[in-house]
Design a protein around this ligand. Sequence first.
Ligand SMILES: C[S@@+](CC[C@H](N)C(=O)[O-])C[C@H]1O[C@@H](n2cnc3c(N)ncnc32)[C@H](O)[C@@H]1O
Length: 255
Amino acid sequence: MSEAIDIESGDPVVDRYLGESYERVRGMSSRFAAAICGHLMRRQTMVGTIGDVVEIGTFEGRFFIAMALGLSPGERAIGIDRFDWPDEKIETRFLANCAAHGVATERFVSWKADSREVTPAMLRERLAGDAVRFAHIDSHHARECLTNDLELVHAVLHPDGIICLDDMLHPGYPMLAAAAFDYLARHPEMRLLCIIDREDIVAAPKFLICREAVRVLYERDLLATFSRFHYMLDADMEGYYAVVLTPHPRLAEVC
Ligand SMILES: C[S@@+](CC[C@H](N)C(=O)[O-])C[C@H]1O[C@@H](n2cnc3c(N)ncnc32)[C@H](O)[C@@H]1O
């Protein structure tokens, strides 16, 4: 097993989970990405951005628990999953993992549904507040499903909210990125804030998306906090650059 990456979110409750339990909860998202997302949620709390979190595709709760532990009082975590793969007991394991890792039942909603049948109005009804400040989309890895999920969370996103997309640029799902770029074209106020690079092929890159109005604020914070993971060339978005954070930054040696 490779050496654990030395990264923390800065939230002690989230960091205890990331350090002691994260990799024992079955799942696919990297601890590197969860720490960066946990940090962004902590920053939102510090500047008064209040809202719920949503994950579409919770599986057994690995990433969901990290997000739920970062919530402030009065906020809620909504976990949407079909809960039918790889077997029908998956929701039971998800609920047991939430309980085992300190996510109290009143702090979250386990919602067994196909996201393509969920409307923004249905989602709004389950929120504790008016908006979602952090959303993680990690459901069916197909362009039409990601397009649906993006529009669903976009409809309830806090003005300063962040959407995190899993498995972007994964060699097995090249067309997922097309859904992300089509979404950015449909919503010109939205920008790619950051690409969180892979730890491994089973813990692949994530995109972080937010509104242009808050992009530079988040960008400055990411660069100040995670400078040692910064790939200095960043991501060329043809008009602006998105931050790239990678576990082992380096450039090709050319001479
Ligand atoms: C890759 S797993 C999620 C991993 C998890 N987010 C993590 O980081 O460990 C994908 C999940 O999406 C769920 N899923 C697939 N299509 C879905 C849909 N249309 N609506 C809701 N959930 C879906 C699957 O049941 C599965 O649990």
